[in-house]
Design a binder for this molecule. Structure first.
Ligand SMILES: O=C(O)C(=O)C[C@]1(C(=O)O)C=C[C@@H](O)C=C1
Length: 365
Protein backbone atom coordinates (compact mmCIF):
# COMPACT_ATOMS: atom_id res chain seq x y z
CA UNK A 1 0.00 0.00 0.00
CA UNK A 2 1.32 3.47 -0.84
CA UNK A 3 1.98 5.93 2.03
CA UNK A 4 -0.91 8.04 0.79
CA UNK A 5 -3.32 5.10 0.77
CA UNK A 6 -2.16 4.03 4.22
CA UNK A 7 -2.68 7.58 5.56
CA UNK A 8 -6.18 7.64 4.08
CA UNK A 9 -7.06 4.29 5.66
CA UNK A 10 -5.72 5.40 9.07
CA UNK A 11 -7.68 8.65 8.89
CA UNK A 12 -10.85 6.72 8.07
CA UNK A 13 -10.21 4.62 11.15
CA UNK A 14 -9.67 7.74 13.28
CA UNK A 15 -12.95 9.18 11.93
CA UNK A 16 -14.91 6.13 12.94
CA UNK A 17 -13.21 5.99 16.38
CA UNK A 18 -14.07 9.69 16.87
CA UNK A 19 -17.71 8.96 16.06
CA UNK A 20 -17.76 6.22 18.68
CA UNK A 21 -16.02 8.47 21.26
CA UNK A 22 -18.57 11.21 20.57
CA UNK A 23 -21.47 8.82 21.04
CA UNK A 24 -20.00 7.55 24.29
CA UNK A 25 -19.34 11.08 25.59
CA UNK A 26 -22.95 12.01 24.78
CA UNK A 27 -24.16 8.88 26.57
CA UNK A 28 -22.03 9.82 29.59
CA UNK A 29 -23.35 13.40 29.55
CA UNK A 30 -26.96 12.15 29.44
CA UNK A 31 -26.13 9.90 32.40
CA UNK A 32 -24.81 12.91 34.35
CA UNK A 33 -28.06 14.77 33.57
CA UNK A 34 -30.00 11.85 35.06
CA UNK A 35 -27.68 11.90 38.10
CA UNK A 36 -28.69 15.56 38.55
CA UNK A 37 -32.42 14.61 38.48
CA UNK A 38 -31.84 11.85 41.02
CA UNK A 39 -29.94 14.24 43.31
CA UNK A 40 -32.80 16.74 43.05
CA UNK A 41 -35.76 14.40 43.42
CA UNK A 42 -34.81 13.03 46.85
CA UNK A 43 -34.70 16.55 48.32
CA UNK A 44 -37.57 18.66 49.64
CA UNK A 45 -38.90 21.44 47.33
CA UNK A 46 -36.68 24.52 47.26
CA UNK A 47 -33.53 22.69 48.52
CA UNK A 48 -30.59 22.83 46.16
CA UNK A 49 -28.67 19.57 45.71
CA UNK A 50 -24.88 19.37 45.89
CA UNK A 51 -23.99 18.72 42.26
CA UNK A 52 -20.21 19.07 42.53
CA UNK A 53 -18.71 16.00 44.24
CA UNK A 54 -14.92 16.34 44.60
CA UNK A 55 -14.62 12.92 46.27
CA UNK A 56 -16.29 11.24 43.27
CA UNK A 57 -14.21 13.25 40.78
CA UNK A 58 -11.00 12.19 42.56
CA UNK A 59 -12.13 8.56 42.37
CA UNK A 60 -12.98 8.78 38.63
CA UNK A 61 -9.60 10.32 37.78
CA UNK A 62 -7.65 7.80 39.86
CA UNK A 63 -9.63 4.91 38.38
CA UNK A 64 -8.82 6.10 34.86
CA UNK A 65 -5.13 6.40 35.75
CA UNK A 66 -5.13 2.86 37.14
CA UNK A 67 -6.76 1.42 34.01
CA UNK A 68 -4.70 3.37 31.50
CA UNK A 69 -2.33 1.23 29.44
CA UNK A 70 -0.88 3.99 27.23
CA UNK A 71 0.40 5.18 24.82
CA UNK A 72 -0.94 8.39 26.44
CA UNK A 73 0.57 8.80 29.90
CA UNK A 74 -1.64 8.76 33.02
CA UNK A 75 -1.63 12.53 33.50
CA UNK A 76 -2.58 13.19 29.89
CA UNK A 77 -5.41 10.65 30.03
CA UNK A 78 -6.69 12.04 33.35
CA UNK A 79 -6.63 15.57 31.91
CA UNK A 80 -8.93 14.45 29.08
CA UNK A 81 -11.35 12.92 31.58
CA UNK A 82 -11.03 16.05 33.76
CA UNK A 83 -12.47 18.04 30.83
CA UNK A 84 -15.21 15.49 30.09
CA UNK A 85 -16.34 15.59 33.75
CA UNK A 86 -16.13 19.37 33.77
CA UNK A 87 -18.50 19.51 30.78
CA UNK A 88 -20.84 16.93 32.38
CA UNK A 89 -20.95 18.90 35.64
CA UNK A 90 -21.73 22.10 33.70
CA UNK A 91 -24.83 20.32 32.35
CA UNK A 92 -25.92 19.62 35.93
CA UNK A 93 -24.98 23.10 37.21
CA UNK A 94 -22.57 25.67 35.76
CA UNK A 95 -20.15 26.39 38.65
CA UNK A 96 -18.86 29.89 39.36
CA UNK A 97 -15.29 29.92 40.65
CA UNK A 98 -13.43 33.02 41.86
CA UNK A 99 -9.65 33.22 41.44
CA UNK A 100 -6.87 35.71 41.97
CA UNK A 101 -6.95 37.71 38.76
CA UNK A 102 -6.51 39.35 36.38
CA UNK A 103 -6.96 36.81 33.60
CA UNK A 104 -3.80 34.83 32.86
CA UNK A 105 -2.56 34.32 36.45
CA UNK A 106 -1.22 31.01 37.76
CA UNK A 107 -4.25 30.93 40.05
CA UNK A 108 -6.49 30.85 36.98
CA UNK A 109 -4.35 28.04 35.57
CA UNK A 110 -4.81 26.19 38.90
CA UNK A 111 -8.60 26.75 38.76
CA UNK A 112 -8.72 25.26 35.25
CA UNK A 113 -6.47 22.35 36.24
CA UNK A 114 -8.81 21.51 39.12
CA UNK A 115 -12.27 22.24 37.66
CA UNK A 116 -11.63 21.99 33.88
CA UNK A 117 -12.62 24.60 31.28
CA UNK A 118 -16.40 24.37 31.67
CA UNK A 119 -16.68 26.46 34.86
CA UNK A 120 -17.34 30.19 34.85
CA UNK A 121 -14.13 31.62 36.29
CA UNK A 122 -14.39 35.04 37.91
CA UNK A 123 -11.22 37.15 38.43
CA UNK A 124 -10.82 38.97 41.75
CA UNK A 125 -8.32 41.73 42.59
CA UNK A 126 -7.17 40.37 45.96
CA UNK A 127 -7.10 37.16 48.00
CA UNK A 128 -9.40 38.63 50.65
CA UNK A 129 -11.98 39.43 47.96
CA UNK A 130 -12.07 35.77 46.94
CA UNK A 131 -12.90 34.80 50.52
CA UNK A 132 -15.60 37.48 50.69
CA UNK A 133 -17.12 36.49 47.35
CA UNK A 134 -17.39 32.84 48.48
CA UNK A 135 -18.78 33.86 51.90
CA UNK A 136 -21.41 36.04 50.19
CA UNK A 137 -22.46 33.13 47.95
CA UNK A 138 -21.72 35.10 44.75
CA UNK A 139 -19.55 32.14 43.63
CA UNK A 140 -19.63 28.54 44.85
CA UNK A 141 -15.85 28.14 45.12
CA UNK A 142 -12.64 30.13 45.27
CA UNK A 143 -9.06 29.21 44.37
CA UNK A 144 -6.27 30.73 46.47
CA UNK A 145 -2.48 30.15 46.49
CA UNK A 146 -1.28 28.86 49.86
CA UNK A 147 2.40 27.94 49.56
CA UNK A 148 5.26 27.95 47.11
CA UNK A 149 8.05 25.39 47.18
CA UNK A 150 10.72 28.10 46.83
CA UNK A 151 9.29 31.04 48.75
CA UNK A 152 7.11 29.37 51.41
CA UNK A 153 3.72 30.41 52.78
CA UNK A 154 1.35 32.91 51.19
CA UNK A 155 0.54 34.86 54.34
CA UNK A 156 -2.45 36.75 52.90
CA UNK A 157 -4.21 33.43 52.39
CA UNK A 158 -3.38 32.09 55.86
CA UNK A 159 -4.55 35.35 57.49
CA UNK A 160 -7.80 35.29 55.51
CA UNK A 161 -8.62 31.90 57.06
CA UNK A 162 -8.48 33.61 60.48
CA UNK A 163 -11.10 36.13 59.40
CA UNK A 164 -13.55 34.01 57.41
CA UNK A 165 -15.37 30.76 58.11
CA UNK A 166 -14.42 28.78 55.06
CA UNK A 167 -14.28 25.07 54.21
CA UNK A 168 -11.31 23.74 52.26
CA UNK A 169 -12.66 21.25 49.72
CA UNK A 170 -9.64 20.58 47.54
CA UNK A 171 -6.02 21.26 46.68
CA UNK A 172 -4.16 21.73 43.40
CA UNK A 173 -0.46 21.66 42.76
CA UNK A 174 0.95 23.53 39.81
CA UNK A 175 4.48 23.44 38.42
CA UNK A 176 5.41 27.11 38.02
CA UNK A 177 7.52 28.04 35.02
CA UNK A 178 8.43 31.71 34.66
CA UNK A 179 9.51 33.35 31.42
CA UNK A 180 10.97 36.76 30.61
CA UNK A 181 8.49 38.46 28.29
CA UNK A 182 8.54 41.62 26.21
CA UNK A 183 6.07 43.47 24.00
CA UNK A 184 6.74 44.66 20.47
CA UNK A 185 7.94 48.11 21.62
CA UNK A 186 10.89 46.71 23.56
CA UNK A 187 14.25 45.46 22.24
CA UNK A 188 16.05 42.67 24.10
CA UNK A 189 19.12 44.85 24.84
CA UNK A 190 17.09 47.88 25.95
CA UNK A 191 15.34 46.51 29.04
CA UNK A 192 15.54 48.93 31.98
CA UNK A 193 12.71 47.57 34.17
CA UNK A 194 11.26 44.16 35.00
CA UNK A 195 7.75 43.82 36.41
CA UNK A 196 6.36 40.84 38.27
CA UNK A 197 4.66 39.73 41.47
CA UNK A 198 7.04 39.99 44.45
CA UNK A 199 6.97 36.19 44.90
CA UNK A 200 7.91 35.61 41.24
CA UNK A 201 10.74 38.17 41.40
CA UNK A 202 12.01 36.27 44.44
CA UNK A 203 11.69 32.92 42.64
CA UNK A 204 13.90 34.25 39.80
CA UNK A 205 16.29 36.30 41.96
CA UNK A 206 19.50 34.44 41.04
CA UNK A 207 18.68 34.39 37.34
CA UNK A 208 18.01 38.14 37.36
CA UNK A 209 21.23 38.80 39.32
CA UNK A 210 23.18 36.86 36.70
CA UNK A 211 21.49 38.20 33.54
CA UNK A 212 20.00 41.60 34.39
CA UNK A 213 21.85 42.81 37.52
CA UNK A 214 21.24 46.52 36.87
CA UNK A 215 17.64 46.39 35.78
CA UNK A 216 15.05 47.87 38.13
CA UNK A 217 12.74 45.19 39.63
CA UNK A 218 9.18 46.42 40.17
CA UNK A 219 6.72 44.36 42.22
CA UNK A 220 3.10 44.55 40.99
CA UNK A 221 -0.11 42.84 42.09
CA UNK A 222 0.22 39.76 39.83
CA UNK A 223 2.27 38.29 36.97
CA UNK A 224 -0.63 38.81 34.62
CA UNK A 225 -0.74 42.47 35.64
CA UNK A 226 3.00 42.65 34.83
CA UNK A 227 2.35 41.13 31.39
CA UNK A 228 -0.52 43.55 30.75
CA UNK A 229 1.71 46.55 31.62
CA UNK A 230 4.62 45.65 29.35
CA UNK A 231 2.34 45.11 26.37
CA UNK A 232 2.19 48.85 25.78
CA UNK A 233 5.29 50.06 27.59
CA UNK A 234 8.76 50.76 26.18
CA UNK A 235 11.97 49.16 27.49
CA UNK A 236 10.27 46.94 30.01
CA UNK A 237 9.91 43.20 30.52
CA UNK A 238 7.59 41.02 32.61
CA UNK A 239 8.16 37.76 34.42
CA UNK A 240 5.04 35.64 33.95
CA UNK A 241 3.81 32.25 32.81
CA UNK A 242 2.50 30.80 29.54
CA UNK A 243 -1.13 31.84 30.05
CA UNK A 244 -0.25 35.53 30.50
CA UNK A 245 2.23 35.37 27.61
CA UNK A 246 -0.45 34.08 25.23
CA UNK A 247 -3.21 36.32 26.56
CA UNK A 248 -1.22 39.54 26.05
CA UNK A 249 0.57 38.45 22.85
CA UNK A 250 4.10 38.88 24.27
CA UNK A 251 7.38 37.28 23.12
CA UNK A 252 9.45 34.99 25.32
CA UNK A 253 13.07 36.11 25.40
CA UNK A 254 14.09 33.59 28.08
CA UNK A 255 12.19 30.48 29.15
CA UNK A 256 11.96 28.72 32.53
CA UNK A 257 14.05 31.27 34.42
CA UNK A 258 12.94 30.15 37.91
CA UNK A 259 15.94 29.45 40.15
CA UNK A 260 14.64 26.03 41.19
CA UNK A 261 13.53 23.68 38.42
CA UNK A 262 10.97 22.02 40.73
CA UNK A 263 9.32 25.37 41.60
CA UNK A 264 5.66 24.57 42.40
CA UNK A 265 2.74 26.33 44.04
CA UNK A 266 -0.02 24.69 46.01
CA UNK A 267 -3.51 26.18 45.82
CA UNK A 268 -6.59 25.51 47.94
CA UNK A 269 -10.19 25.28 46.83
CA UNK A 270 -12.41 27.09 49.32
CA UNK A 271 -16.18 26.81 49.60
CA UNK A 272 -18.89 25.94 52.06
CA UNK A 273 -19.36 22.23 51.37
CA UNK A 274 -17.57 19.56 53.40
CA UNK A 275 -16.23 16.58 51.45
CA UNK A 276 -16.70 12.89 52.44
CA UNK A 277 -13.62 10.63 52.78
CA UNK A 278 -11.96 9.07 49.72
CA UNK A 279 -9.32 7.00 51.52
CA UNK A 280 -6.55 9.34 50.31
CA UNK A 281 -7.27 12.66 51.99
CA UNK A 282 -5.65 15.57 53.72
CA UNK A 283 -6.96 17.71 56.57
CA UNK A 284 -6.11 21.32 57.44
CA UNK A 285 -6.57 22.80 60.90
CA UNK A 286 -5.83 26.04 62.75
CA UNK A 287 -4.86 25.73 66.41
CA UNK A 288 -3.92 28.24 69.04
CA UNK A 289 -2.15 26.98 72.14
CA UNK A 290 -1.67 28.34 75.64
CA UNK A 291 1.59 30.25 75.91
CA UNK A 292 3.34 27.78 78.23
CA UNK A 293 6.43 25.54 78.08
CA UNK A 294 5.87 22.35 76.10
CA UNK A 295 2.80 23.70 74.25
CA UNK A 296 4.17 22.79 70.82
CA UNK A 297 5.18 19.36 72.07
CA UNK A 298 1.68 18.61 73.38
CA UNK A 299 0.23 19.81 70.08
CA UNK A 300 2.41 17.44 68.04
CA UNK A 301 2.41 14.46 70.42
CA UNK A 302 -1.05 13.09 69.39
CA UNK A 303 0.04 12.97 65.73
CA UNK A 304 3.12 10.97 66.70
CA UNK A 305 1.16 8.62 69.00
CA UNK A 306 -1.43 7.85 66.31
CA UNK A 307 1.14 7.59 63.49
CA UNK A 308 -0.32 10.48 61.47
CA UNK A 309 1.97 12.17 58.92
CA UNK A 310 2.10 15.96 58.92
CA UNK A 311 2.63 17.59 55.54
CA UNK A 312 3.04 21.19 56.74
CA UNK A 313 3.12 23.36 59.81
CA UNK A 314 3.11 27.15 59.65
CA UNK A 315 2.98 29.83 62.34
CA UNK A 316 1.21 33.21 62.07
CA UNK A 317 0.54 35.98 64.58
CA UNK A 318 -2.92 35.35 66.05
CA UNK A 319 -4.08 39.00 65.70
CA UNK A 320 -5.79 38.70 69.07
CA UNK A 321 -2.85 39.61 71.31
CA UNK A 322 0.79 40.67 71.11
CA UNK A 323 3.24 37.76 70.69
CA UNK A 324 0.53 35.14 70.48
CA UNK A 325 0.49 32.75 67.57
CA UNK A 326 -1.68 30.28 65.71
CA UNK A 327 -0.48 27.13 63.96
CA UNK A 328 -1.70 26.07 60.54
CA UNK A 329 -1.26 22.31 60.25
CA UNK A 330 -1.89 20.01 57.28
CA UNK A 331 -1.82 16.25 57.73
CA UNK A 332 -2.82 13.07 55.94
CA UNK A 333 -6.23 11.55 56.73
CA UNK A 334 -9.87 12.67 56.99
CA UNK A 335 -11.48 14.19 60.07
CA UNK A 336 -14.06 11.36 59.98
CA UNK A 337 -11.32 8.66 60.34
CA UNK A 338 -11.33 7.25 63.92
CA UNK A 339 -7.56 7.84 64.36
CA UNK A 340 -7.85 11.46 63.21
CA UNK A 341 -10.92 12.01 65.42
CA UNK A 342 -8.84 10.85 68.36
CA UNK A 343 -5.98 13.23 67.46
CA UNK A 344 -8.40 16.14 67.14
CA UNK A 345 -10.02 15.38 70.50
CA UNK A 346 -6.62 15.32 72.21
CA UNK A 347 -5.56 18.59 70.57
CA UNK A 348 -8.89 20.16 71.50
CA UNK A 349 -8.27 19.32 75.17
CA UNK A 350 -4.87 21.04 75.10
CA UNK A 351 -5.59 24.05 72.91
CA UNK A 352 -7.19 27.46 73.40
CA UNK A 353 -8.99 27.09 70.08
CA UNK A 354 -9.12 24.49 67.33
CA UNK A 355 -10.75 24.97 63.94
CA UNK A 356 -10.95 22.20 61.34
CA UNK A 357 -10.72 24.01 58.00
CA UNK A 358 -11.66 20.89 56.07
CA UNK A 359 -10.73 17.43 54.83
CA UNK A 360 -10.31 17.03 51.09
CA UNK A 361 -8.96 14.56 48.50
CA UNK A 362 -5.21 14.73 47.95
CA UNK A 363 -4.47 16.38 44.59
CA UNK A 364 -4.79 13.74 41.83
CA UNK A 365 -3.36 15.65 38.88
O1 LIG B 1 -21.33 11.31 40.24
C1 LIG B 1 -21.91 12.40 40.32
O2 LIG B 1 -22.41 12.80 41.41
C2 LIG B 1 -22.01 13.28 39.15
O3 LIG B 1 -22.62 14.31 39.26
C3 LIG B 1 -21.32 12.91 37.88
C4 LIG B 1 -19.96 13.60 37.75
C5 LIG B 1 -19.27 12.97 36.48
O4 LIG B 1 -19.37 13.57 35.43
O5 LIG B 1 -18.70 11.89 36.62
C6 LIG B 1 -20.15 15.05 37.54
C7 LIG B 1 -19.97 15.95 38.55
C8 LIG B 1 -19.56 15.58 39.90
O6 LIG B 1 -18.70 16.54 40.45
C9 LIG B 1 -18.99 14.24 39.95
C10 LIG B 1 -19.14 13.34 38.92
Amino acid sequence: MSDEAQLKALRNRIDSIDEKIMELISERAACAQTVAHVKQKSLPEGTKPVFYRPEREAWVLKHIMELNKGPLDNEEMARLFREIMSACLALEEPLRVAYLGPEGTFTQAAAIKHFGHSVISVPMAAIDEIFREVAAGAVQFGVVPVENSTEGAINHTLDSFLEHDMVICGEVELRIHHHLLIGENTKTDKISRVYSHAQSLAQCRKWLDAHYPNVERVAVSSNADAARRVKGEWNSAAIAGDMACELYGLSKIAEKIEDRPDNSTRFLIIGSQSVPPTGDDKTSIIVSMRNKPGALHSLLQPFHTNGIDLSRIETRPSRSGKWTYVFFIDFFGHHADPLIKDVLEKINDESVALKVLGSYPKAVL
